[in-house]
Every structure is written in C-alpha cells, then in structure tokens.
Design a protein around this ligand. Sequence first.
Ligand SMILES: *Cc1c(COP(=O)(O)O)cnc(C)c1O
Length: 717
Amino acid sequence: MPPVFPFLPQRLDGLVDIACNLNWTWNREARRLFAAIDHQLWTRVRHDPFELLQQVGPERLAQCAADKNFLAQYDAVMRWSAAERSASNTWFAQQYPQQSRDSIAYFCAEFGLHHTVPIYSGGLGVLAGDHCKTASDLGVPLIGVGILYRAGYFDQEVRADGWQEDTDMPFDLARTVIEPLEGPRGAPHLAMVRTAGRDVFIKAWRLQVGRVTIYLLDTDLEQNHRDDRPLLSRLYAGGPGLRLKQEWLLGVGGVRVLRALGIQPAAWHANEGHAAFMFVERARERVAAGERFAEAVQAVRASSTFTTHTPVPAGHDTFPADDVASCTGPVWEELGIDRDTFMRVGRHPADSSGAFHMTAAAVRLSRRFNAVSRVHGGVTRKLWASLWPGRREVDLPITYVTNGVHLATWMANALMRLLDAHLGAGWGNRVDDPSLWDDVLALDPQALWDAHLKLKRNLLVHMREQARHLFSQHAREAGRLAGTGVLLDPEALTLCFARRFATYKRANLIFRDVERLLKIVGNPSRPVQVIFAGKAHPADNPGKQILQEIYQTTRDPRFEGRIAFVEDYDMHLAHVLVQGGDVWLNLPRIPMEASGTSGMKAALNGVPQLSTVDGWWEEGFNGHNGWAIAPQPGDNTTEEDAAAADQLYELLETEVVPMFYTRDANGLPQRWIHMMRHALRAAGLRFTSRRMMMEYVQDYYVPSIRGETTPDEAPTG
Ligand SMILES: *Cc1c(COP(=O)(O)O)cnc(C)c1O
C-alpha cells in the first residue's frame, strides 16, 4: 500500500504512482518534476520522493497544482509513465516475438537500485540493479528475486582515530516503494522452507523497477520462531552459519514464492554463488514429480545460467559439510540420493576437507557459466579447471560477458543536456549505432569543459555539506575538519578513489612514498588533491586498517587538506563522485578485480580513468581514454606494489598533471578535453549494461528458453 499524503492535491495524486515505480530514478523529466516542487528540499532529502512529499508544505503543493508550467510538466510525466506501462514494441519483443511470454528468473543476494532502498552493499548489487533497469528498457521479461534486508547494509561512521564503526539504521519500509504481497486466502506468508529442523514462513514484497518486478523475501513474521524472524534482516552480517541459512532461504524460498505466485520461468540465472540453492530446489521439484536425480540435474542445467563475479576467495562461499547438512537436511532424501552424493554437488576437487562450495555447486547445476570480463574469464578458467580434469584450460566451457553500467542512471543531467545539444534530442534512441559515439569526438571543447566544471563544483559543494554535517555532529576539531574536504581547491586536479576497502584494491598504494606524493600534491602552481570514499566489510579488519591509514593521512597537516575522506559511500555519493572528479583512480592488484564498474560510470561522464590493467580496463583502455599501469613483474606482492606505485607516480608527474594544467589561450586544457571525449566514446560503445543485457539475452537466456543443445559439457571432476 503506497503511503498517504493528506496535503497532496487531487490534481497531483499521480505523483505517488510515479514515486512507487523506481523508473522515475532514470527518467530525467520525472526527476526534474520532483525537483521542481522544491529544489532545496529535494537536495536535502537526498532525492527521496516520499520524504519530499512528506515534508513539503501544503501551500507549496497547492501552488504547484495551480502552476501552468508545473502542470504541463506533470502531465507529460504522467503520459510517459502510462506509455512505459503499455509499451509493446520493445527491443525484446521485436527480436524475439515468439518468446515474449517466457520469463527469466534472476536471483541475486543484493540489488542496488537507488540509495533509498538500502538492500545492497556494493558492486554486485549495483550491477544487479543496472541489469534489472536495462531489462525494463529493452522489454526483457526478467523477474528479480532477492532479500528484503530490513536493517539494510550497515551505515559507516568513522571514529576520530579513523576506525570504522558499523552502525545500523533500519529503514522505514512504510516510506519506501516496497509493497507487501499477501499469501493465499489472506495469509501473511507465501511459502515455507524447512531449515535447521524448523519450518520458516516466508513473506514476499514487491519492488517495481519499470517493467521489471523484483520479489524480496522476508522472514520477519509472527508465525516464525523468535530466532528465525531476523534471519533475513541484515546483509552480509553475522557469521557463516547465518549466511548459509540466508542463502538456503533465498534459493529455496525464492523458487517457492515464484511458484506460489503462479510464475513459471523458462530460464533461470543465479547471479553469484549465493543463489545456488535455487538450482537444488528446482531439482527437488523434478524428483518430487517422478524424475531420477541425474535426469533432474540435466533438466535443471539446460535452463540455467550462473555468473561468477570475483576471483577473491572470500567472495566464494564455502561451508562445512556438517553445517550444510543441518541447514538443508535431509534434503538429500527428497532428492532420492544419499548425503554424500548431495555433498559431492558442492565438492571442490582441490579441497580435501569435504566442504560445500557454493560456486562448485552452481557450476555443476547450470549449463551456462560465465565470468564478467575477458581477463576474469581467463582467471576463472584457472580457478575452476579442476572441475574438468584432463582438459586444457582454453577449452573449458567458461565464457564471459563483460559488465556494463546503466547509462540513464549514471550519466549526469549536465552531460545529457550537452549530448542533446550536440547530437540532437533523440540520441537516446541511437545508442546502438557506433557512429553516434564517434560523433562524441567532435563535442565542443568549451561546452564539455563547462559541463564538467559544473559537476566538479557540485562535488565540492557536496563535500562541504558533509563537512558541515560532521561539524554539527561531533567533529569540532580543525584537524578532523581538514580531512573532510572543506579545504579542497575547486581549481586543483582532483583524483577520486571510491570503492570497498578490500586490501587487493590498494587504496593506500598512492601513499607508498609519502615524500614523492607530497611533491605531487603540494606543487603550488599545479596542485593535486585526492578524495577517498568507501566502506570496509564489517568483518574485514585488514580493510579497516587501510581505511584508518587513509583517514589519518587526511588529517596530516603536511598534506594541507589535499587528501579528503567522505563517509558512507552509497549510490548517491557514487553519483556525485563519478560525475565530479577529474580522474577516476583504480588500483587493484592484478588479477583480483573481476570487472570494476565505477570507472565505466566515470567514463560515461567524460572522466578518464587511471587504472592497473585489470578487469574491464584490459578491454577498455585504448591509449586515448585514460592511463594504464601495466602488470608488474615481481616475486611477491611487496615488490609488485612498489613497482605499481612507481608507475603511478611516474604517470602523475609526467603525463596526468602536465596535461591537466596545459591550457590554451582560452584557459582550456585541449588535450585533456580530447581524452574526456574518448573516455565517453569508449564507454558508450562497449561498457553500457545495454550491450551486456543483449549478450545475456542472445547467448544465454534465449538459448536456455529454446532448449538449444550444444554438447553439454558438465563437470566430471
Ligand atoms: C558502482 C559501485 C560500486 C562498484 O564499483 P567498483 O568499481 O566495482 O569498485 C560499489 N559501490 C557503489 C555504491 C557503486 O555505485
């Protein structure tokens, strides 16, 4: 049930409907409409329409309802919304008319759609969110299945000594777009899953993302045992035991909820191994219907896709067999097999402990298995070669679909307006035409630079607002304030580094040689400043230590406020950073970054990237759109890190800084601007989620639906 706003004039009551479907978040006119109600308030409520409608005064709403311009805008948005709902001439419908009624179930442990729905932690979730938005744009009949984390992901507060505190701010469901679904005959639950010897009732909520619906599972029901109610309330919190239960509930509960709703997907996609039990549940269904286990597995494989997202071991869940047995048991009886046979589904040939590997299980239960970039494809083959003993790595049935980002979500309005002026207002319909992106190379330098400076100002204003907020809260000390970015210089070359503080991402690489860095940032005629943001995983103490190291540096007087840290990295802050920096920094230890998507978001805003050649940059760097740190020889990580840092300084000193500060008679850095145009072109050509989704549809979903049979190369190891 949508929230009720007693002061909303009837003439404007469609605003609630608009706010209830997240597609407003990537429609410029809809966003402009909310902003037009009260610009300042819209900024203050961080683009939350329900909060806006709650807080805006009745007089202002009455004014809007009487304002001809506002009403024209409103009516146009209402027409767009109706047209979106009924559109039938989508890309998918045109390409695959006979498949238009088949649905594709997409399971993921997190979805990052908008910061007002905090059920994501980072890259994986944002990618899943972009996937759903793109499915909506293209008319792909995708259905999302995830978890409603009532307490969201943790909020970050950094103590004065730089240590990250993980605080919880449960969000108010009544003030979000998430709607509860009723079970049959008014029951509060839709499904039941047995775990650890108890039945757990599952309720589902609906989140509408354009044409795509995401179902979110929830166990906070009175019918459930006290200990089971909070099972799904926190994302990536608690120990492995809780995590295992969450994954069991997501996989099994997700399938059962879809069945209860009468949804029969024709293709199934597990996005990351967290969702692998979805395959187990579908095998169980088939066995219950009379098939033998081996046949059931074959049938499940035929319609299934599994995507792996990281080479980092901590990203691949592994559970002790006994824990899996007590969480899921005795599901093997329902599968018509013994316990050992079941455990072998999750066996890693190189792990003699007998632990259950979610990734291995997902690989054995899905026919189509892909990585998320070309280099990650190679790394994944190495990692999982032992599942196919005796075969050459290059021949393994492991493919890749390079990730992409959702253009309309990540490109700033200022850039879109620039493209309107340069390419014509209908450019959004021509994004599949490569010549459109070639035309970007002729963007007017002054206009592009002006648009960028506006976004950069916006970033610095944001930093100051954060500082003001901190100051009013608790940080009334000059040293601490300097690190918040109040001293940042709007003219200085600004590097942004925002990502999870995992050690392999090497946020501290730039501090390896402090003296050398001081010379770079402290050059009075060519100053450089760096803005950091990111959370460390609550259980990642080494990550927290790096964060602390960075934080303490921000307060080091020798840097004179040129290094800043901004708290609570989320999608809102990500927008401000990827749009407003001059350079996007990315320094993962090769080959640990499977893809990395924030650099693509920056590039869509004309922001060049300086990155190690890992993840998407191995495909994306073309010599014109940024800078690359080549793979470093080295016998150990210390040597590698030292060599990479050396290249980083070298690039900054000899290329990045001089290019930024070389200006023509009009004050324009012409070569720099050329690089910005190339950044935009390369991202538009290859790194949008539109290209990514088309690949998934053509090479994975539609072949699954049609039951196309290339030889099944099931693992034998
Ligand atoms: C895009 C995004 C990420 C992922 O960025 P990487 O480049 O993969 O590190 C993480 N968090 C947020 C909030 C994002 O928007």
